[in-house]
Design a protein around this ligand. Structure first.
Ligand SMILES: *Cc1c(COP(=O)(O)O)cnc(C)c1O
Length: 436
């Protein structure tokens, strides 16, 4: 077995011990705790382009990219200067600013799938608000979500499948009232009959079906175009709304996200992550008609003290301006494609049992022989042991992947050809470690 020398995590381990006194599990978001991989979490000191440096001075090429927002990499010059330019003018006013108009215009002029937008401060908030809008608009209470799709941590959405094909959900977190979970129905992805049954079982009770543009929070579960169009048709037929949660896919699969990818018109689209250029911004958008139901125009209430925060808007504007330049996404995709192809060639040559699923600049390693994975229950939990080994072997070679085998990787504009070449060699070594 290939043996790699472990990096020093001395300072990170000390900081983590201290953090445990302050925060549950030592972290402010659970996956950061490295529970699904080896060792203590790395405390990051700074980032530049594709690289990050931890408290022990270790350098990594980063494929987590803050879980997706950093499509331009770390410390992008234009984004940093835009933020710096705003800082001296004030951090927050709780009154409208021209920056909100600017970011909205930039988005709406280039996105034919929404006509009006509302800025919030996180993806969770965006989805929670979209659900409320769907319920307020349809005057129905039930929502349908899919096993393996993550939509943030609001009560209605922390629900997993119960037993049986068409069941009410069960809460997937303590503290979510059963009565809330009762209003959320969870079905498998890629299963038309399950959806049909839901609409038959609950006629005129379903406010919305919500799906991730491309499910990318529990592996990368790429759906068929036909299935997405089927969801569009069946929701329309039953007077339910279709919500695309594009918190990951928005501005990632292209400026117009998954809606453009499938060429399907959802009723409401939610955004987060990339939209704020690394600052906390979320948004939801829909037709003018639907959005007229939001307060103060309509009776669906939704508000935010720091919504449309000027510093965050400045970052979003700078980032999205770069993304809207000709050829941006083609370059991203081409880079990702050749990286993945080179890896696949190695995997084939070695006969390793691992697949790399990819779309746009997102990729996911699945330790399986299955050529397609479209549902959460097709992922073998045992395979995560292999990911743990790969994850450690990569860290030891200066490559930072997300700390769970269910997480996808992201390639940013800042990843150079040579970064990718270095990474390619490191992954080959890591796979040799896993399989030998
Ligand atoms: C990250 C994510 C969320 C939650 O966004 P936060 O900003 O973490 O609240 C919701 N939906 C999807 C699809 C996400 O990827």
């Amino acid at each position: 077995m290939t043996k790699l020398k472990d990096i020093s995590r001395k300072k990170s381990a000390e900081l983590f011990e201290k953090a445990k006194n302050f925060f549950p599990g030592g972290v402010n978001s659970p996956v950061r705790a490295f529970k699904s991989v080896y060792g203590t979490p790395l405390f990051i000191e700074r980032g530049d382009k594709a690289r990050i440096w931890d408290a022990d001075g270790n350098e990594f090429i980063d494929y987590c990219c803050s879980w997706g927002p950093l499509i331009l990499g770390h410390n992008n010059d234009e984004v940093r200067e835009a933020v710096a330019g705003q800082l001296s003018k004030g951090l927050s006013f709780g009154a409208p600013t021209r920056l909100e108009n600017e970011l909205a215009e930039l988005i709406l002029n280039r996105n034919k799938f929404i006509e009006k937008i509302r800025f919030v401060s996180s993806g969770t908030e965006a989805v929670m608000s979209a659900i409320r809008l769907a319920r307020g608009y349809t005057r129905r209470d039930k929502i349908v979500k899919f096993e393996g799709c993550y939509h943030g941590h609001s009560d209605s959405l922390l629900v997993k499948a119960g037993s049986g094909l068409v069941t009410f959900g069960e809460t997937s977190s303590a503290g979510v009232p059963q009565a809330f979970a009762q209003e959320t129905i969870v079905v498998s992805l890629n299963d038309r009959e399950a959806i049909q049954e839901v609409f038959t079982a609950f006629p005129e009770q379903i406010a919305a079906v919500i799906i991730e543009g491309v499910p990318a929070n529990n592996g990368l579960l790429i759906q068929d175009h036909e299935y997405i169009h089927f969801l569009r048709e069946i929701t329309k037929k039953h007077g339910a709304l279709l919500i695309f949660d594009e918190v990951i896919t928005g501005f990632r699969l292209g400026f117009e996200g998954a809606a453009r990818h499938y060429n399907v018109q959802p009723d409401i689209i939610t955004y987060g992550k990339i939209i704020g250029g690394g600052m906390p911004v979320g948004a939801y958008g829909a037709s003018k008609e639907l959005m007229s139901h939001i307060s103060p125009d309509g009776n669906v209430y939704q508000a935010g003290t720091l919504s449309g925060n000027p510093v965050a808007m400045a970052a979003g504007i700078a980032a999205l301006n770069i993304l809207s330049r000709a050829g941006f996404y083609e370059k991203q995709e081409e880079k990702t494609r050749s990286f993945v192809e080179a890896l696949r060639a190695y995997i084939r040559a070695k006969g390793y049992e691992v697949q790399i699923f990819t779309i746009g600049s997102i990729f996911w390693f699945a330790f399986t022989s299955q050529l397609h994975i479209k549902r959460a229950d097709e992922i073998d939990p045992q395979s995560m042991e292999k990911y743990k080994v790969m994850h450690r072997a990569l860290l030891n070679q200066g490559i930072y992947f997300g700390p769970s085998g269910y997480e996808v990787g992201f390639i940013s504009d800042a990843h150079s050809e040579s970064d990718l070449e270095v990474t390619l060699q490191a992954i080959k070594v890591a796979l040799d470690v896993v399989f030998n």
